[in-house]
Design a protein around this ligand. Sequence first.
Ligand code: CP
Ligand code: NVA
Length: 303
Amino acid sequence: MKKDFLSLSDWSLADLEGIFALTRELKTKQQQRIPHRLLEGKTLAMIFEKSSTRTRVSFEAGMFQLGGHALFLHSGNTQMGRGEPIRDSAKVMARYCDGVMIRTFAHSIVEEFAAHSSVPIINGLTDLNHPCQLMADLFTVSEHRPNYRQLVYCWIGDGNNMANSWINAASVFGFELRIATPPGYGPDPGIVDQALKAGARLILTNDPREAAAGADILNTDVWASMGQEEEQQIRAKAFADFQINSELLSSANQDALVMHCLPAHRDEEITNEVMEGPQSIIFDEAENRLHVQKAIMATLMAD
Ligand code: CP
Ligand code: NVA
């Protein structure tokens, strides 16, 4: 039975920790240039309906390092972009490839693709969540703080796909998560509901200072996500008080770490100073996309 990577909440703690263990092994091998061709001769198709730097490059480089091949498809240049049914595209791709990574708008598109595909589907970001980024982020925290499951995490800003994925992670990994958003910009109610029912330690507030006080991790993302470009100005007003800056950081734990999935708008959701400061692990997160996704692909696609 093939398995997909669509949402962290579909996976158990033991499975996700297993992916972290494999990530550690593959990262060390990559750094020491020890071959680890776990996907020799295999092909990953990558379908993008939105822009990307990190996701595209890390999946493609990762597939190459694993001995396989990755194929970049912009949906606008495929028959999918001309309205070929998703189920037909899914069935056809599975005849050529060993896995498919998709970045798209509605989460239902990746779910429909997965339902009709006989090969694993990996979610490379939807409007609802971004599970690969979350795995890279949490793995990064674990490298800096081995007690990462005992820390207090704080999200400042938009209740977007990243915030939703952090809620899923809080539910699986059991850490405390405080989410501070402006009124009307909260996370997905269905994901909040599911997490609370699963016993997640989740605090929702409209006060960034309350959320950041004594926290171990401060995390944010752009105020307007891909597809919301037209709302940029109105959001800039609503989010003006939701910036990670040195003042907010000083209310967190003394050794708190600062995170951002990138791309960032410097001096909007996060100041340049904090982004470049000693508490930022932002570029480690970006690097770990490569290592974590190799482990995810090997887990899903290796023989
Ligand atoms: N963080 C992230 O997914 O970056 P890209 O949009 O560049 O892929
Ligand atoms: N929330 C952002 C994340 C980008 C990686 C977006 O969806 O555009």
